[in-house]
Structure formats: C-alpha cells, structure tokens
Design a protein around this ligand. Structure first.
Ligand SMILES: Nc1ncnc2c1ncn2[C@@H]1O[C@H](COP(=O)(O)OP(=O)(O)OP(=O)(O)O)[C@@H](O)[C@H]1O
Length: 582
C-alpha cells in the first residue's frame, strides 16, 4: 500500500515573493510535428517565490509545456508572458536545466563552474567576484565539500545539483528544470527539492517537471497534465488527492488516465487581474511588480569568449587521458609504421625509388589528414547539450568554433612537425634545405587544418558520438581512393577526376609532392621508373605548392562555415523555429 506523502506546509511558503519572474500562460495550445496536438488550452499562473511541479503520465506533454512556459517554444495557440511581456532572448535572469548534463565532466567542479561563470557573468566582473559567486552557489547547493572533485566522479544527484549550480551563477529570476529528480534516490531527490524550495522562498520562480510521486507534494503548486495535454488539476498539492476523491497520488494518475479533470479554466483576457501572484494555490497577489532592470548587463564579448573557450578546451583536452594518449600516440605509431614499411634512401638522387617516394608523400598527407579528422570528429557532438545551453546564455558559435581551432591546431602542427623531423632523421625523406621542409610543413598543417574543419563539420552534423565514429571510414575511404596517389588523376575517369577535386587529400598530396620536388627527382634521377611514373602522374606535382595551400585553406573555411550554420540551426531548434510558429 503506497504511503501518503505529506505536502509541504503552507507555512513554509513566503508571503510576499520579491524578485522572481511572473509567468502567465493563457489558452496555450502546442502542436508538434509528428505528434499532433500536445498541449490543449493550458492556462496557468506561475508566481514569483513559488515552486511549481508539473506532473502527468509519460508523453502527456510536460517537457513541451516546460519549454513553452520558458519561452523556448512559441505556443501555436494562446500566449505565454514573462512579467507581462513576450519572452525575449534568454539572458542571465533565466535558468533552464534540461534532462541532459549541461556541464563538462573532466574538470574539478569548482573550476568547471568558474569557466561557466566567466562565460555567463557580465563583462568586467572581477575574478574575485566570480570565485565568491561560485563558492556561494556551491554552498547553497550543498556541494562545497565536492568543489575539487572532477564532475565525472560526482554521484548522479550531485551532478544534477552541479547543473543547477551552473544556472544559479547569474542569480536567475526564473528557473525551469526538466525532471531534475529522475534517477535520484528518494533521499537525494527530496534534498534537491528542498534546495529548490529554498530558492523559491528567496523569490525565484521555480518550475520543474517530474515523475517522482513525492515531488508532487513538495512544491507550492501542482500542475497535473492529462494524456491529451490538458490541465487536469492545477492547485495546492495538499488538495490534489481530495480533488479527485482518492487517497494516494498513484490513484490520481489512474483517475486522470480514466478522464477525470478538476481544473478550473482561467479567463483568457484577465491580463491585469489574474497574473500577479493569484496562482491556483491562493497565494496573495504581490502588490509591487518586481522591477526589471532597463539596462541589461553587457554580455561577454566575442574575443573574450574565444579566449575563455580556448583555455577551457585545452584544460578539458589535457584532462582526458584517452585524448592525450591518442594525441601523443598517433604520430609515434605512424612513424613506426613508416620505418617498418619503407626502406631508407628512397629520395637518393643517385639511386631513387620513385614509387616509394610517391607513397611516402601520400602517407604523410594522409597522416596529417587523419590526425585532423579524428581530433575534430568527437569535439562537438560529445558536448552539444552544453553548447546549446551556453548559446542560450549568450555564447556565439563563431568564437566557439575558432576556439576549437586554437585548441587543436597547435597540437596538430607539433604532430606534423615531429612526423617530418623523425622521417628525415630515419632517412625516409631527402636531405633538403629549410625551404623544402618549410613547404612540407605548411602543406601538412593545412592538410590537418582542412581535415580538422571537416571533422568539426561532421561532429556538428551528427547527433551522438556513435554516429561520429561511424563517419570515420565514410570520410576516409574516398580521401584514399580519390587522392590521386593510387590511381593518378590523369588515369581517372571523368567522374573520378571530378570527385578527386573535392578531396582535400588530393591537394595535400600534390602540394607535398610539388614541395619535395618529385617531378625533378623522377625526371633527372637515375631510376628507369621515373619517366613512366611522370607519364602516369602528368603534371600532378608540376604546380606550385602555394596553389594546394590556397585550395586547402578554402576547404577549411568552407567546412567551418557549414559547421557554423549547422550549429546555429541546432541551437535555434525549438527556439527561433517554434517562435515563428512553424
Ligand atoms: N521534437 C519532437 N518531435 C516529435 N514529437 C515530439 C517532439 N517533442 C515532443 N514530442 C511528442 O510530444 C509528446 C509530449 O512529449 P513530452 O516530451 O513533452 O512528454 P513528457 O510528458 O515530458 O514525457 P516523459 O515524461 O516521458 O518525458 C510526446 O508524444 C512526444 O512524442
């Protein structure tokens, strides 16, 4: 027999809420493509200083309602107002905790929140104030003792509270949370609800969705949705069971599933009378509408965002042992394979081995490509929920993508340089001057940069890391087949030649071969194989390396531009698109 849970006593509810945002929904309908009508004539008042719990069976529309109330989805019918206005772009006064984690897992909690605070708090906030704010928020959420613990080592409940902490850094006036207690044990869940209740008591408007029965009775107001997205009940938690004439919350779910409704519709045109504090739970109206600051705090500028993100990206990368192992291990492995595969002295003009020289150039190009692609592929998809949330808080996608380049490209350059130096030391590359090696280095780095940009684009396009991993062979195969190394470009079919133009590896291979002087080595060298190879490869290596550099730079910029467009679209999904009512 389920134990009836005691509702939060009304004595715990503050009489006059000070600062929260007043949220008002009137006759809200919501249609979702593929699901039809999800919300039906929802009218609600969410008053400052109150904790509202949205419940209902699975698929009833709780998340859609939360997003609609938050202003992240425009209603297809009716209206949602925040303090009497249409919800604008979410600023520091707005907090939203989705079901996914919205903070990185690698760094210690305190450091993670310091980066989050620096990205969200207004420009000019002193470092000391940031630390004080983070300390205070950790204290509020009972996480002070876990400040130096890496986020991945926190328990599920602590991590959920850490996500709430990130939202509290800017002292939001309204906080929306999607199933914050899911997966938490009853005690941890109750703790979190108590913390959120305390936040509400300080004046914040707090709204959450839940599947946890006990949560329903721990708020100030319960909104119970029917399976069709109507409000089946909206009012005081203590009156919930009585209103349906049942003894337990479980029975309320059964009654609602059976069609019971006890909601009283709010009038659609009561803008002045119903909104301020006149929630279903009978809280007194706030006599003074909380003032809205006419001057919005200045958001963090693009350059500072880029610099912060670069620092955070580097710290995250260095903390991830697997990434560091792959970063350091790949060049070593590739050099070892070169040393085993190719004999020394292939570039010796007195006795060159033309076929091997072409293959060495190809595998350098492919190595640079592979480093770049693999580093890029997992960069974005693994942190998309964090990016989306930070975008809502003011993050710009341009600086974000630029930070990916500045975090990763120097490492790729070091890997490329090491590859060239070691191959030269092992006599797999010719004894040439700085100009030749400068050219080889630039070609390798640009090949890595273009591949990195391609990896970032693929990472932005997929929805999860597993898909990104599947993309790897798809992206690599054509780069090998159409590079012009195994089937020289003049020997390709027309279609093959056209495809090869879209392969960054072709241009890197040609720039490397041109830079190292393959054509003259084959023409003047003492190998009878040189001439036939020249006939096969045509003028592949006859053009200046700079031409290949330009093409590679163009590809890198193109891939970044497409990645930017995809990311902006993904971030706007559910915001701009639904605001336009499409
Ligand atoms: N992007 C979407 N595309 C298609 N259908 C959607 C989308 N978002 C929501 N829906 C549909 O809208 C309905 C309500 O979804 P919502 O996530 O709000 O339910 P919920 O009450 O939060 O469910 P749960 O408790 O299981 O999380 C469901 O039928 C869902 O399949």
């Amino acid at each position: 027999m389920p134990t009836p849970i005691q509702p939060r006593s009304s004595a715990e509810t503050p009489a006059l809420p000070p600062n929260g945002t007043r949220v008002r929904a009137r006759s809200v309908g919501q249609r979702v493509r593929g699901a039809g009508r999800v919300l039906d004539r929802v009218s609600l008042d969410l008053a400052p200083g109150r904790l509202t719990v949205i419940a209902g069976s699975s698929g009833a529309g709780k998340t859609v309602l939360l997003q609609t109330l938050a202003g992240l989805r425009a209603p297809t019918e009716g209206s949602v107002l925040h303090d009497g206005d249409q919800p604008g772009s979410p600023g520091p006064e707005f907090g939203f905790v989705p079901q996914e984690d919205i903070i990185h897992r690698e760094l210690p909690l305190h450091r993670t929140l310091v980066y989050a605070a620096k990205l969200r708090m207004p420009t000019g906030t002193a470092a000391e104030s940031v630390t004080v704010r983070v300390d205070r928020v950790l204290e509020t959420l009972g996480l002070a003792a876990r400040a130096s613990t890496p986020v991945h080592a926190l328990s599920g409940g602590e991590r959920k509270r850490a996500c709430v902490a990130a939202e509290l850094l800017t002292r939001p006036r309204v906080l929306f949370l999607d199933e914050p207690t899911s997966g938490l044990d009853p005690v941890t869940g109750a703790d979190l609800l108590r913390t959120l209740g305390a936040l509400a008591e300080e004046g914040t408007t707090v709204v959450l969705t839940t599947h946890t029965l006990a949560d329903l009775l721990r708020g100030d107001q319960v909104v119970f949705l029917s399976p069709g997205g109507e409000v089946a009940y909206s009012g005081e938690p203590g009156a919930l069971c009585g209103a349906f004439g049942v003894g337990t919350v479980e029975e309320v779910y059964e009654a609602v599933a059976g069609g019971a409704r006890v909601a009283r519709a709010l009038p659609a045109d009561d803008a002045e009378t119903a909104a301020p504090g006149a929630g279903r739970s009978g809280a007194p109206a706030s006599p003074v509408r909380p003032p809205r600051s006419p001057v919005r705090p200045r958001r963090v500028g693009a350059v500072r965002q880029w610099s912060l993100l670069t620092r955070r990206g580097t710290a995250l990368l260095l903390r991830n042992r697997l990434s560091v192992a792959v970063l350091a291990g790949s060049p070593v492995l590739i050099v070892a394979m070169f040393a085993v595969l190719f004999r020394a002295g292939a570039f010796d003009p007195a006795a060159p081995d033309p076929g091997t020289t072409a293959m060495i150039m190809f595998w350098i190009a492919f190595g640079a490509f592979f480093f770049g692609l693999t580093y890029g592929l997992l960069q974005i998809c693994a942190e998309l929920p964090v990016v989306r949330r930070e975008w809502l808080a003011g993050l710009r996608i341009g600086p974000y993508l630029a930070s990916k380049l500045t975090t990763t490209l120097p490492l790729l350059a070091v890997a490329d340089a090491l590859l060239l130096v070691v191959l030269r030391a092992l006599d797999r590359l010719p004894a040439a001057g700085w100009t030749t090696y400068g050219s080889l280095f630039v070609s390798s780095v640009l090949a890595s940069a273009a591949a990195l940009a391609m990896g970032l684009l693929a990472s932005a396009a997929v929805t999860e890391p597993a898909q990104a991993t599947l993309m790897l062979p798809l992206l690599c195969f054509p780069q090998v087949l159409f590079s012009g190394a195994f089937v020289p470009v003049p020997r390709m079919t027309g279609a093959g030649e056209a495809i090869s133009r879209a392969m960054t590896n072709r241009w890197a291979f040609e720039a490397l071969g041109g830079g190292v002087g393959l054509e003259s080595l084959w023409r003047a060298g003492a190998s009878p194989l040189g001439r036939p190879l020249l006939d096969s490869y045509g003028d592949s290596f006859g053009r200046p390396a700079e031409r290949g550099w330009l093409v590679l730079t163009g590809f890198a910029l193109l891939f970044l531009a497409v990645a930017w467009a995809i990311l902006v679209r993904k971030c706007r999904e559910g915001v701009a698109r639904s605001r336009a009512g499409r």
